[in-house]
Design a protein around this ligand. Structure first.
Ligand code: GDP
Ligand code: IMO
Ligand code: MG
Length: 423
């Protein structure tokens, strides 16, 4: 058996949570491989709307194990809240959720450092979700971090204090005022619940599952254009959001990767700072935000909206070896008479179809092609045969450009509003 990987191809919030939930019945295990509570994955079904941050999006389906991999970073306080709200809906999490001992812990001082760093950057800030993601991954690669497995070790308090003392020195450098006591109190209190979830050697666990013929779907967080190496650096997150992250974040060898399912919105959004060439700072952008309800699932911030960017999409497909595509939120474009798609950029006198090293410094401006809109409500459509011609044309246009088939089209936030296309 191989591991299929599902990941976002834009700047996050493509709808990964919804599609993982839709696909879960075809898999035995769902495994999150990177990111942490900066993610907000929304699931809607049976009148329930639920946002997950750290827990894999297979959690509401029966007979599925959910694995939090070594590449994930966990804030015990947010994790506790997540567990409690899931259990209220009747899920017994200790039976269907396991955590890698090697996943790193977000400390209260990581959150303070994130806030202090952003405040110091002023107008240049990344627009971080302030969940402590950057500082936690910095401590991981700096070889100072604390891991979930450390909670049970006899010298945990010593390790904790050593790291917090280092953080206090850094916070003094920032001249940032803070109150740690209450944050620490909550954090230590939350560890009790974290200890109740089985801690495992997730690398062995997943490889053994593969040997036993079990099927695994790896769930990504954020999006390819927020990847630490391939995203719009420095306006990125601190982990590998592309397919390689599933290998390092789970202990899966590259030759065990099967299908790579790439998710994109029929347009683009971005939350936080950083380049966004097709951004629409006009009524059209406003209309997309309103109809698409484009407000952050984690922070509530308004998402920036714009047209689909094909060079960026092709780049994300290339870097992850995407084998099939899922197009989300087609219903949101129903309001427009015509739809624009960026097919290339103009850079000086040149035309380029590559994703630039630095959009702004290179002065890349999008070149658009205009396609007919479908102007039809899609939200009650039940199968592909009912797609309006203009929607089929839009999909065919994208497929021809990126050379990867669109296998699923999403026409609303609910689990049921998902159309599987015939091969
Ligand atoms: P994720 O982070 O990739 O899981 O995506 P988010 O949950 O942050 O954001 C996607 C948002 O779009 C959520 O509010 C979903 O409920 C919603 N959504 C997902 N698919 C569709 C769709 O096809 N149409 C509409 N209108 N909303 C959708
Ligand atoms: P999901 O999994 C959208 C963005 C932040 C900021 C940058 C760095 O729901 O798609 P960080 O807190 O990671 O240091 O922030 O990345 N960002 C996201 N944007 N969806 C997400 O996750 C995101 N996670 C981080 O807005 O610009
Ligand atoms: Mg999200």
């Amino acid at each position: 058996m191989k591991v299929d990987v599902l990941l976002g191809l834009q700047w996050g919030d493509e709808g990964k949570g919804k599609i993982v939930d839709v696909l879960t019945p075809s898999y035995n295990l769902i495994a999150r491989f990177q990111g942490g509570p900066n993610a907000g994955h929304t699931l809607e079904f049976d009148g329930i709307k639920h946002v997950l941050h750290t827990i894999p999006s297979g959690i509401f389906r029966e007979n599925t194990m959910n694995v939090i991999g070594n590449g994930v970073v966990i804030d015990p306080v947010i994790f506790k809240r997540e567990i409690e709200s899931i259990e209220k809906l009747g899920v017994e999490t200790s039976k269907c959720l396991v955590i890698s001992k090697k996943a790193h812990l977000i400390l209260p001082t990581h959150r303070l450092l994130d806030a202090a760093s952003e405040a110091a950057k002023g107008k240049e800030k990344i627009g971080s979700t302030l969940k402590g993601i950057g500082p936690t991954y910095m401590d991981k690669t700096g070889r100072n971090g604390l891991r979930v497995g450390d909670i049970l070790s006899h010298d945990f308090m010593h390790k904790y204090t050593t790291l917090v003392n280092k953080h206090k020195q850094l916070l003094a450098f920032y001249d940032y005022s803070y109150h740690l006591e209450q944050l620490e109190f909550e954090w230590f209190e939350s560890l009790a619940l974290l200890k109740k979830i089985p801690q495992i050697d997730s690398d062995y666990y997943l490889n053994d599952a593969l040997s036993e013929g079990k099927s695994i779907l790896a769930e990504g967080a954020q999006g390819s254009l927020l990847d630490i190496d391939f995203g719009t650096y420095p306006f990125v997150t601190s982990s590998t959001t592309t397919c390689a992250g599933a290998c390092t974040g789970l202990g899966i060898a590259p030759n065990k990767i099967g299908n790579v399912i790439g998710i994109f919105k029929a347009y683009c959004t971005r939350v936080g700072s950083g380049p966004f060439p097709t951004e629409l700072n006009d009524q059209t952008g406003e209309d997309m935000r309103k109809v698409g309800n484009e407000f952050g699932s984690t922070t509530g911030r308004a998402r920036r909206c714009g047209w689909l960017d094909l060079p960026a999409l092709k780049y994300a497909i290339m870097v992850s070896g995407v084998t099939e595509l899922v197009m989300m939120k087609a219903d949101v474009l129903s309001q427009f008479e015509s739809i624009k798609v960026c097919t290339a950029y103009k850079i000086g006198n040149d035309i380029s179809t590559s994703f630039p090293y630095d959009y702004e410094a290179e002065g890349a401006t999008p070149i658009y092609e205009e396609l007919a809109g479908w102007n039809n409500d899609l939200t009650a459509i039940e199968n592909e045969a009912a797609f309006p011609k203009a929607l089929n044309d839009y999909i065919a246009f994208i497929e021809a450009a990126v050379k990867v088939p669109v296998s699923i089209v999403s026409v609303g936030p609910n689990r049921n509003q998902t159309i599987i296309r015939k091969k």
